[in-house]
Design a protein around this ligand. Structure first.
Ligand code: MEV
Length: 311
């Protein structure tokens, strides 16, 4: 039996603007993971059996439709590994990540599947190749992703990311305590991404200006992360959130949780990921973590994750 896993991710700064060439910063959430187990099949059976019991799915690879991301991850990995002979394997996937919430569930599932299958076949892959395959899966299912999700999940390190550039792994001098609140409103990434594209096409001047402002926030945030200026990072998160709100990417539930976190003493709070639902994240001093966590639960967060990120 082979086991492999992949972390979730959170975008600290720069989501959406990153699709338009601005920088963004994302961190892995190593405590929240997807795990994939690969075993042999029961005697008398043949093929690749994919089981995802958390979402009540079980099917054979050859029966999956072209839209199925798990099946794409398996097929693209086998292609990359040059495996021509039929593979018999039973994959079981477990995830701690809510789906379509901004925590990188789809990238994490792909990366965990790629790692598990390549390890099972004793053909380990380089991290760049793992990221490339996961990006190809994202492209099939999410239109024109920037590539930040597969990158941060594959490298499992904080990244400063500019589309089509080599990702820069950035040091974080002071560990970041993050509290993540899930609104419970799932939102497929493609919806906010394509809505924003329509708005930008109608008014490129205004939206382009907002993207640039976000890019400037990201550049400042990188310095703050490197110097450990945690309070200033919180202020930058709030500024990034204001711009995301201006672009119409927040939601009432997100605003409610963000306000509750700030009121409970968070240094800053913003939506994270595609928005219009999904998760928000708050940056806190370690001694206010419990208060902010409780405030988010009381404000109606469906799940709250407390996590620490270091460089
Ligand atoms: C999704 O996690 C992040 C977005 O910026 C889309 C992308 O970068 O592809 C909203």
């Amino acid at each position: 039996m082979t086991l492999a896993s992949a972390s979730g991710k959170a975008i600290l700064f720069g989501e959406h603007a990153v699709v338009y060439g601005q920088p963004a910063i994302a961190v892995p959430l190593s405590q929240i993971r997807v795990t994939v187990q690969v075993e042999g099949l029961d005697p008398g059976t043949t093929g690749v059996l994919i089981d995802a019991p958390d979402i009540n799915q079980s099917y054979w690879l050859h029966e999956a439709d072209g839209e199925n991301p798990l099946a794409s991850a398996v097929s693209l990995t086998l292609d990359e590994l040059g495996v021509k002979a039929p593979v018999d394997a039973h994959l079981t996937i477990h995830s701690q990540l809510p789906i379509a919430s901004g925590l990188g569930s789809s990238a994490a599932v792909s990366v965990a599947v790629i790692r598990a299958l390549s390890a099972h076949l004793v053909k380990p892959l380089e991290v760049e190749t793992i990221s490339k395959i996961a990006y190809a899966v994202e492209c099939i299912h999410h239109g024109t992703p920037s590539g930040i999700d597969n990158t941060v999940v594959a490298y499992e390190k904080p990244v400063y990311f500019i589309r089509e550039h080599k990702p820069e792994l950035i040091p974080i001098s002071t560990p970041l305590k993050l509290i993540i609140g899930d609104t419970g409103e799932s939102m497929r990434t493609t919806i906010p991404v394509s809505l924003l594209r329509e708005r930008w096409e109608k008014d490129p001047g205004t939206y382009g200006g907002w993207f640039e402002e976000i890019g400037e926030i990201v550049i400042k945030a990188r310095t703050m992360l490197e110097t450990g200026s945690i309070e200033s990072l919180g202020t930058l998160m709030d500024q990034n959130q204001t711009l995301l709100e201006d672009m119409g990417l927040s939601s009432l539930e997100l605003q409610h949780l963000i306000r509750a976190a700030r009121k409970a003493g968070a240094l800053g709070a913003k939506l994270s990921g595609a928005g219009m639902g999904g998760i928000m994240l708050a940056l806190v001093e370690p001694d206010s973590a419990q208060i902010v966590e409780t405030a988010l639960r009381e404000a109606g967060a469906k799940q709250v994750f407390t996590t620490e990120v270091d460089g």
